[in-house]
Design a protein around this ligand. Structure first.
Ligand SMILES: Nc1ncnc2c1ncn2[C@@H]1O[C@H](COP(=O)(O)OP(=O)(O)OP(=O)(O)O)[C@@H](O)[C@H]1O
Ligand SMILES: [Mg+2]
Length: 428
């Protein structure tokens, strides 16, 4: 157990080093001054921070951590090396075990980069812990109990929001908005409103001196020195806390959105715990005036809105249920009607078939009647013929008679002529 156990909060703004048994032994800004080429570290921490924005051309003071992640790997490694050496001494026989906290939203690649940097900087073994978990342990929250513990760590580059229960994070969200974004918003505001260029450090000083998340009862003011954008000369300008409150509203809204996302995803049982216990704030950003009141009011408003939304949703669900019931009944009616129509259609089809059969039978009967009529006509014809023939047969003896009568007449005539002829000489 001769190797030291070290905990490092590798923050965007500040690096904190804790040594087991000794407490926090180092608290320095995460700034590194490097030479022009960037291959030699000239100063680290406080010393380098003094140089920020004031460096000559051959020196650059940089923040190797940006948005909570390693932006410049080599410089981060150099910075870690410097701090570990400061804590453990340059000549060390036993390498330390190091635990480093990282934002909960970092990717696997980013995690490996941090471990690699720690090992390169002299760690025997490097472990990672999620920032919100480390913050909750640091705040003495009862995270190992089966109850919801909500924490919101507002750092320089990131804000981490998490709900922890039974020693693990149940829901978490990491947003890349923190104190630095407030500084940017303040610098932009001063530039737009007062035509005054100010540096990051001045913006941070304004935030710390007069910044507030909500308007203050007694407005604070501060005289700020910067470069006039029109004249290009140094200028003093008085700035009020109300202006700063307005300037940082968008960033505060982003943090509230981040909290909302976590609260929305939190299981109901844990939500109830959070409702009772509240959210613990940590990180440098949480020192902003009235940020606790602002977040309480905003999340309360959100909870009220959510309750209203829940109510509306349940009403809509009831309406939907009613509509569904009505639809089901209408569907049943439609089905019945369809069945009725189907039955009517098959009855009509059957009737049609029967009508067709009846028509066929009628046609058949008509054909038979026609046939019978034909046969009758034929019989008639035959009868007529027979009658004619009978008549002819009847007429035939008459003819003979007539011919006999004619012959008789002719014979009479001949006799009469003969008589006449006979009589003629007698008269002579
Ligand atoms: N009194 C204060 N009022 C407002 N902001 C403050 C105050 N003190 C410090 N800060 C801000 O807190 C931020 C630094 O917080 P912290 O040291 O927790 O960040 P970090 O851990 O380095 O960053 P991260 O967690 O994002 O990696 C800076 O933006 C700083 O300006
Ligand atoms: Mg931090």
């Amino acid at each position: 157990m001769l190797s030291k156990k070290i905990g490092i909060d590798l923050g965007t703004s500040t690096v904190l080093v804790y040594v087991k048994g000794e407490g926090i032994v180092l608290n320095e800004p995460s700034v590194v001054a490097v030479n022009e080429k960037g291959d030699r570290i000239l100063a680290v921490g406080k010393e380098a921070s003094e140089m920020l924005g004031r460096t000559p051309g051959n020196i650059q003071a940089i923040r190797p951590m940006r948005d909570g992640v390693i932006a410049d790997f080599v410089v981060t490694e150099g910075m870690l090396h410097h701090f570990i050496s400061k804590v453990c001494g340059r000549q060390r026989i036993f390498k330390p075990d190091i635990m480093i906290c990282v934002p909960s939203g970092v990717t696997g690649v980013e995690r490996r980069a941090v471990v690699e940097a720690a090992v390169q900087a002299g760690a025997k073994t490097a472990y990672l812990i999620d920032e919100p978990l480390a913050a909750a342990i640091g705040a003495n929250m009862p995270i190992s109990t089966p109850s919801g513990n909500a924490i919101c760590d507002i750092g320089g580059g990131t804000s981490e929001i998490a709900v922890i229960s039974l020693g693990g994070m149940v829901v978490s969200n990491s947003i890349r908005t923190g104190g630095n974004k407030f500084d940017d918003a303040i610098a932009n505001h001063v530039k737009k409103r007062h035509n005054l260029m100010i540096g990051d450090r001045t913006a941070e000083e304004i935030k710390i001196a007069i910044g507030s998340a909500m308007p203050l009862h007694e407005e604070l003011t501060m005289s700020v020195r910067g470069r006039d954008m029109v004249a290009g000369l140094p200028k003093n300008q008085v700035i009020t806390s109300t202006e700063i409150t307005e300037a940082i509203q968008d960033q505060l809204e982003t943090i509230i959105q981040g909290i909302r996302v976590v609260l929305e995803e939190t299981p109901p049982e844990l939500s109830a715990d959070i409702y009772d216990k509240g959210i613990v704030l940590s990180g440098g950003g949480a020192k902003l005036r009235n940020i606790d009141r602002y977040l309480t009011i905003q999340s309360q408003r959100y909870q009220d809105e959510r309750a209203l939304v829940d109510l509306t949703v349940s009403e809509l669900q009831r309406d939907l249920q009613r509509v569904e019931d009505q639809t089901r009944i209408a569907q049943q009616d439609a089905n019945n009607a369809r069945q009725g129509a189907q039955q009517a259609r098959s009855a009509a089809q059957q009737a049609q078939i029967q009508a067709r059969q009846a028509q066929n039978q009628a046609q058949q009967a008509q054909g038979q009647a026609q046939q019978a009529q034909n046969q009758l006509q034929l019989a008639h014809g035959q009868a007529q013929q027979a009658q004619n023939e009978a008549q002819q047969a009847n007429q035939r003896p008459h003819g003979a008679q007539d011919r006999a009568d004619e012959a008789n007449q002719q014979a009479q005539q001949a006799e009469d002529q003969a008589q006449q002829a006979h009589n003629l000489p007698g008269t002579n």
